[in-house]
Design a protein around this ligand. Structure first.
Ligand code: FES
Length: 177
């Protein structure tokens, strides 16, 4: 059993896809980062099984590949939740209270940066400027940036995500009736 089996499609097809991604960039100078970006774009994370494939193709050790992945905050080794919530830790946001917001988010969601809520709804990530400094502090949920964030607005936003998830499962229940 590998960590690709939780993703859609059958595991062999996923392994083939992974190999094609690695092969497509393995001969580029500095090909490792583009490969990691492509894999994360495809799966939402870097499946552990990919490390062995990349290491073999790039003639490096898995520890070396792991070291690069851990160095960059952007890459993750576990499957993210349904929603990725990024809290800006850039200077402008820090000056406008993002640290307090960060503490509130971690406490209310009961997770740290890089972790996912037990219901798999939210993954919390730090980010270092969302290009929205004039409306700091900023938070990004999926593709949407929200400015002038505070604890209350954050809770409302998280409630909406939960409500959306519930209405999706309600629909599923109705479809199954
Ligand atoms: S520093 Fe947070 S959006 Fe720029």
């Amino acid at each position: 059993m590998n960590d690709l089996q939780n993703t859609s499609g059958n595991a062999d097809a996923q392994l083939n896809k992974l190999t094609i991604i690695v092969d497509s960039k393995k001969d580029l100078p500095g090909g490792l980062l583009p490969i990691l970006h492509d894999i994360q774009h495809e799966y939402g994370f870097i499946p552990k099984v990919a490390l062995g494939i990349i290491a073999t193709k790039l003639n490096q050790t898995e520890a070396e590949i792991h070291g690069v992945i851990s160095f960059y905050h952007h890459f993750r080794l576990t499957e993210p939740g349904a929603n990725i919530v990024e809290i800006c830790r850039g200077e402008a946001c820090q000056a406008m209270g993002s640290k307090q917001l960060e503490n509130h988010a971690k406490t209310s969601l009961n997770i740290d940066f890089g972790q996912t809520t037990t219901n798999k709804n939210v993954t919390l990530e730090p980010v270092y400027c969302l290009g929205n400094c004039a409306c700091a502090p900023s938070v990004k949920v999926g593709d949407n940036v929200h400015g002038r964030m505070n604890d209350k607005k954050f809770d409302k936003l998280m409630n909406k995500l939960t409500t959306f998830e519930l209405s999706l499962s309600d629909n599923k229940l109705q479809e199954n009736k």
